[in-house]
Design a protein around this ligand. Structure first.
Ligand code: IVH
Length: 677
């Protein structure tokens, strides 16, 4: 059965509509329909093609991905060799190039008027696309410039590669050349997925693009987020093209090719350098990798006059950006302590020029990263520095059979203050427990100590703290209370009056509350609410300091993490020194009696956990009442818990109770136990 003329017409019109939307979306980046509308068109076409298989043609938008892998790559002879480019690494070398061009053309260009087409040098894979009568018939790699590999099955899967050209007037044989690349975002996503599936990751977007084109199975290539910018033409027969390079690119865009938007016709060396500088600044903001700028003499008659030398044209040059990746050797791996105590491994490197500066340190982020990349002292590594970001070790270059040093271990003691280093549960970083004592953490800790919700010392701002710490004038919060007027007036931007005011607010801050004091100590995970809960539960600092981890967890909101942080903090003698000396300086608060648990009540011996919001009763009130009845309230559900009391929006504690088969009761249940009914 053959399809009716009406069906044929419908199929053709659907195809051209889909091509149009494809072009708007993938080439111009400016879609005019929503995805759903586009999908509907594709579904309709697919259905019609299924009913009328004789209507299926290779240029149909449904036919991008072949069904079967190919057996092997065929070879392709490039009718016109695919050349490479000479490089310029400095302004001098670029000027030399310009001089050679003008000399050979025998023109004066003192005014700097010679037009160049300036374009990014894309960091991907050079590919040739051949169109016959407007249909894509072949895609090929550059290979050695003369012989490449046939990758038609794979380039067809790239959405921005037209299977059929738009409009008319194109030469009957048209070969275009350009760069296939993987945009950075797609690359990151691809690697992330590969990591999750424990599959091989790619080192950089260029390798990812090359690897993706080297697939025998186009279905695999189709899954890779590839894109292509066209930047020149090769073979052209049965038609003609404009007489300037920039105009050719404009024309190619009309026929459906994607052209890099970062291009400009510039004049003379000045124009080239301005373009280079501007693009260099924006390099890291682009969505794809580039490694320089290509300048091409724009006039084709000039290009013809200039011709080629060995494998590169005389009319073009690549002006390279400083490499963002370099190879060097790891001299040592040390540990740095950040402001919050995070202990991070840092590689000390054989100095290397990368990303425009000499780099001798690179971050390894954290221990997980360090082990994942398996970086060791003595290794040869690739370092990357892009833009202003901190240089990082990308990976190790493994040498077969080479003996390597053992893996480094997380230090057990802080390299700055020798306090214990701890890594808690699922946190990626290990931390110094030195807190206030540790010089690395001092400024941040002090800022926290004086902040509004802690000791609330007005007039002691961040800048001033940093200055005082840098001078070695304050080391612990206790030193704040020893500041004197004559040294304060010496400080930058500090007059007599502000010094007086500061001293006054320091004095006032001495009268504080236990919970502010506790919060101000800056124990990790002990926020305002927790400090409040601890203060009201224990009433006295000594009681908190001597409480066991288990006992601490009887305070609402205190779980095992907080409890262990507190224990770690109070077991460091430096922290005890700081507390003692603060008290010695006159910092004080009113102590209160701890909330009492009745010795002999109806709930004696029973342990409760509260979760969610109770109606008409705060959690503290509920706790008081349970305690008054002899019960104990703790923060974590365990097998020892007798009841979990849940209100509205209960948290994970309820689920845990159910898992451990602990009895759960609502507010009415609690009131019953308390004897309200
Ligand atoms: S023009 C005869 N333009 O650079 C001129 N090449 O080193 C040939 N490349 O293999 C190329 N961006 O893969 C040209 N805007 C651009 C380019 C570019 C990247 C690559 C291309 C070529 C290599 C030459």
């Amino acid at each position: 059965m053959t399809a009716s003329a009406a069906t044929r017409k419908k199929v053709e019109s659907l195809r051209s509509e889909i091509r149009h939307h494809n072009y708007l979306y993938h080439v111009l980046d400016d879609p005019e329909v929503a995805d759903a509308g586009y999908d509907r068109l594709v579904r309709e076409l697919t259905a019609l093609e299924k009913e009328n298989p004789e209507l299926v043609t290779p240029d149909s938008p449904t036919q991008r991905v072949g069904a079967e892998p190919i057996k092997a790559f065929g070879t392709v002879q490039h009718q016109i060799p695919m050349l490479s480019l000479d490089n310029a690494f400095s302004e001098e070398e670029l000027k030399d190039f310009h001089r050679r061009v003008t000399d050979r053309l025998d023109i004066e260009d003192d005014a700097g008027e010679l037009a160049y087409s300036a374009e990014p040098k894309l960091d991907g894979v050079a590919v040739s696309l051949l169109y016959e009568a407007g249909y894509l018939v072949r895609g090929a790699t550059r290979g050695d410039g003369t012989t490449g590999e046939d990758i038609t099955h794979n380039v067809r899967t790239i959405a921005s590669v037209p299977l059929k050209l738009f409009g008319d007037g194109y030469p009957s044989t048209l070969e275009v050349r350009g760069e296939v690349f993987m945009p950075r975002a797609g690359f990151e996503k691809f690697n992330e997925l590969a990591r999750q599936k424990d599959e091989k990751t790619f080192v950089n977007p260029r390798n990812a693009a090359a690897g993706s084109l080297r697939q025998l199975d186009p279905r695999l290539t189709a899954e890779r987020p590839l894109d292509m910018y066209v930047y020149s033409v090769g073979q052209v027969e049965g038609g003609s093209l404009p007489d300037r390079h920039s105009a050719i690119l404009d024309q190619l865009r009309e026929w459906g090719f994607k052209i890099c938007p970062e291009r400009k016709v510039v004049k003379g060396i000045r124009g080239c350098l301005d373009f280079y500088e501007d693009l260099g600044k924006r390099r890291d903001l682009l969505s794809y990798d580039i490694d320089g700028v290509v300048y091409k003499v724009d006039r084709l008659d000039y290009q013809q006059q200039l011709g080629f030398i060995s494998r590169a044209p005389r009319w073009a040059i690549a002006h390279k950006f400083p490499a963002q990746e370099e190879t060097t050797v790891v001299r040592d791996i040390e540990f740095q302590v950040g402001r919050t105590g995070a202990v991070t491994p840092v590689a000390r490197l054989e100095p290397v020029f990368v990303g425009g500066v000499t780099v001798s340190n690179a971050t390894l982020h954290n221990m997980d990263e360090l082990y994942r990349k398996d970086v060791r002292v003595g290794d040869t590594v690739i370092v990357r520095r892009a833009g202003d970001v901190i240089p990082e070790v990308v990976r190790v270059i493994k040498k077969k059979g080479a003996r390597r040093k053992p893996k480094v271990k997380t230090p057990t003691k802080c390299p700055v203050c020798k306090s214990k280093v701890m890594r808690i549960d699922d946190e990626a970083v290990a931390r110094c427990t030195g807190g206030l004592y540790c010089e690395a953490q001092r400024s941040e800790a002090l800022k926290h100590f004086v902040s509004r919700r802690a000791l609330d010392i007005e007039g002691l701002g961040s800048k001033l703290i940093e200055q005082l710490v840098a001078m070695g004038r304050i080391k612990t919060p206790a030193d704040i209370f020893r500041l004197e007027k004559d040294e304060l007036v010496e400080m930058e931007r500090m007059g007599e009056k502000s010094a007086d005011n500061l001293l006054k607010s320091i004095e006032t801050s001495k009268q504080t509350t236990l919970s502010r004091f506790l919060y101000g100590l800056g124990i990790r995970e002990v926020g305002e609410a927790t400090a409040n809960a601890l203060a009201s539960h224990y009433g006295k600092l000594e009681a908190i300091m001597s409480a066991s981890e288990e006992d601490l967890q009887t305070v609402p909101d205190v779980g095992p993490v907080v409890a262990s942080r507190m224990q770690a903090f109070f077991s460091e003698s430096h922290n005890l020194d700081v507390i003692r000396s603060l008290k010695g300086s006159g910092v004080r608060w009113t102590e209160s009696e701890p909330a009492l648990i009745a010795k002999d009540g109806p709930l004696t011996g029973k342990t409760f956990v509260l979760t969610g919001t109770l109606a008409g009763m705060t959690r503290d009130e509920a706790k008081d009442r349970i305690q008054a009845a002899g019960g104990k309230v703790t923060g974590t559900v365990s097998k020892k818990t007798d009841f979990v009391v849940y209100g509205d929006n209960p948290g994970s504690k309820l689920t845990k109770a159910q898992k451990l088969a602990v009895e759960t009761i609502d507010q009415t249940g609690l009131e019953k136990l308390l004897g309200d009914h």
